[in-house]
Design a protein around this ligand. Sequence first.
Ligand SMILES: Nc1ncnc2c1ncn2[C@@H]1O[C@H](COP(=O)(O)OP(=O)(O)OP(=O)(O)O)[C@@H](O)[C@H]1O
Length: 230
Amino acid sequence: MTAADLHIDHLRLGYDTPRGLHTVVDGFSLTLEGGHIGCLLGPSGCGKTTVLRAVAGFEPVRGGHIRLGDQLLSAPGVHLAPERRQVGMVFQEYALFPHLTAAQNVAFGLRRQPRPAQEARVRELLGVVGLAEAASRYPHELSGGQQQRIALARALAPAPALLLMDEPFSNLDGATRQNLTVQVRDILRAAGQTAILVTHHEAEAHTMADRIGVMHNGRLAQWREMARPV
Ligand SMILES: Nc1ncnc2c1ncn2[C@@H]1O[C@H](COP(=O)(O)OP(=O)(O)OP(=O)(O)O)[C@@H](O)[C@H]1O
């Protein structure tokens, strides 16, 4: 299967406030080739999270459109429900379910699959993130980096067409953060996973990205293609 391209065209996003519509993103366009990793950089408040939330289906689109492969996800008056978008997410706060084990967390998005298929997929993903031995541990028994690897395994388990990551490493300290960035990049590349990462860290963007975009005044100032070392 060929991974789907993401197309965002002249996107306009905003929030309704008591003083009227507060437009945050205007004229934002990008194309991300299937199987590639794109990074959005930019100052605090420039609209990076708002763009990710719109792609995930948590914000309505005021103008322009978002398309994943042949499927129109969002446009004015068009809104595919988040659970029908095949979009996975990993956030800054680990957001694992504290009362579920690592394996149960990873299985969460697989509830509709038969039990044996679920178990096989959970084993596979725990192996991919290098935490096979942590299957029966609870989140509070895992380090921050381990929790974030479980969150990644959980997001990848249903094989999303697109993975969104919003500052996924920002709660981690220096060496852990650097190691995890490289590990996650290698996992995503090996899986041919299309992904968008939002970060404040230019070095992180350079480690991860096939394309880097800098957001400025609600649009993308550049969308640079980076060489992938062979
Ligand atoms: N629910 C909301 N209601 C009104 N305004 C909002 C809401 N959420 C975000 N905003 C505003 O939208 C703008 C963009 O916010 P957003 O969170 O997308 O920025 P960001 O680039 O992700 O910032 P950061 O890097 O600090 O996370 C900000 O000015 C913010 O105050």
